[in-house]
Design a protein around this ligand. Structure first.
Ligand code: FES
Ligand code: FE2
Length: 332
């Protein structure tokens, strides 16, 4: 198995790791690219992010606490300010010099779309835009973080692929879809996304009606699906009646074979549907993908001839080519 998480280029990326509400009074442990980190929040809302290792005797800091805005190690009580400075060494007493190596090498962290994003390096590209986030006609609905026993590149490959809809999604929307995939033209989409636009007839079973807002048996969707390197994908859905449903699918590598997954939705539905009901159908669709992908072992092969592809795989193949180039895999 060839792993990908050791790539230097993947350090300089923003990754969504928890939802904003998940970091409250207590520190939180996060595993990203095979490394353990701690996130914590001060009373005025600022976030700290650092390796989950106390420089003193390596206690995880995530099992400590935040006391008067200071991240406090549970082992000997050393305290750290939100920028990582070691500000308290109780055994040395007040005013004693703190060893320079006692400070934590903090990481970049920011909040966007209801998610906490962190980077272990120096991000060269910002978090991609979602125009609807600033549009008062749309509301945002977050769905919670999940852990999938799936290698992250396999998730992106899947999220860009519509040919699996009538096979994997028979329990949700895929039943009405033609198995034949029309010719795909890749193009720059709006807001920093690259992908393709397409039309699809989707099944509209009882469980989907809260999401689609109609009783029709089959609904016509104008859709686009695109990616933003390395692991974000976005699907936009516009129904004939003007309802729009934007899905941001976030896959974050915990390690080579395990991923965090969350989706965020924006809808211009006048809040007429309960938020949980509005995303229940997407949850069911995600569960179908998870069930399929957790049966596919290992990481996604990145070499050009490692897998057999056909025209419907064009978006996945283009993403894989760009991803392989990004992380320096040759022969992709
Ligand atoms: S291990 Fe953290 S204070 Fe000693
Ligand atoms: Fe799917």
């Amino acid at each position: 198995m060839t792993g990908f998480i050791g790539s230097d280029a993947l350090r300089d990326v923003w990754y969504p790791v928890v939802e904003t509400g998940d970091v409250a009074d207590d520190p939180v442990a996060v595993r990203l690219l095979g490394e353990d980190h701690v996130l914590w929040r001060t009373s005025d809302g600022r976030l700290g992010a650092a390796p989950d290792r106390c420089p003193h005797r390596e206690s995880p800091l995530s099992i400590g606490s935040v006391v008067e805005d200071t991240l406090t190690c549970p082992y000997h009580g050393w305290g750290f300010s939100v920028d990582g400075r070691c500000v308290t060494v109780p055994s040395s007493g007040t005013g004693a010099a703190v060893p320079p190596a006692a400070h934590l090498p903090c990481m970049k962290v920011q909040e966007r779309y209801g998610l906490v994003w962190m980077s272990p390096g120096n991000p060269t590209v910002d978090i991609p835009g979602i125009g609807q986030d600033d549009d008062p006609a749309f509301r945002r609905i977050n769905s919670g973080m999940q852990t999938w026993a799936v290698s992250t590149p396999r998730m992106v490959d899947n999220f860009l692929d519509i040919s699996h809809f009538p096979w994997v999604h028979t329990g949700t929307f895929g039943r009405a879809q033609d198995t034949l995939v029309p010719k795909i033209e890749l193009t720059e989409l709006d807001d920093d996304w690259f992908g393709y636009a397409y039309e699809v007839d989707a099944g509209n079973p009882a469980a989907a009606k809260a999401t689609t807002g109609t009783d029709a048996e089959v609904v016509h969707r104008h859709m686009s699906t695109g990616f933003h390197l390395p692991f974000l994908t976005r699907s936009t859905i516009r129904y004939e009646d003007g309802l729009e449903h934007i899905l941001l699918l976030c896959s974050t590598p915990i390690d080579d074979l395990t991923s965090l997954f969350t989706f965020v939705i924006w809808r211009n539905d006048d809040h007429r549907t309960d938020p949980e009901e509005a995303i229940a159908f997407d949850r069911a669709i995600g569960a179908e993908d998870k069930r399929m992908l957790e049966r596919v072992p290992g990481t996604l092969p990145l070499g050009r001839t490692d897998l057999v592809s056909v025209q419907s795989d064009k978006p996945s193949v283009e993403w894989r080519r760009r991803f392989a180039e990004m992380i320096g895999v040759t022969g992709a």
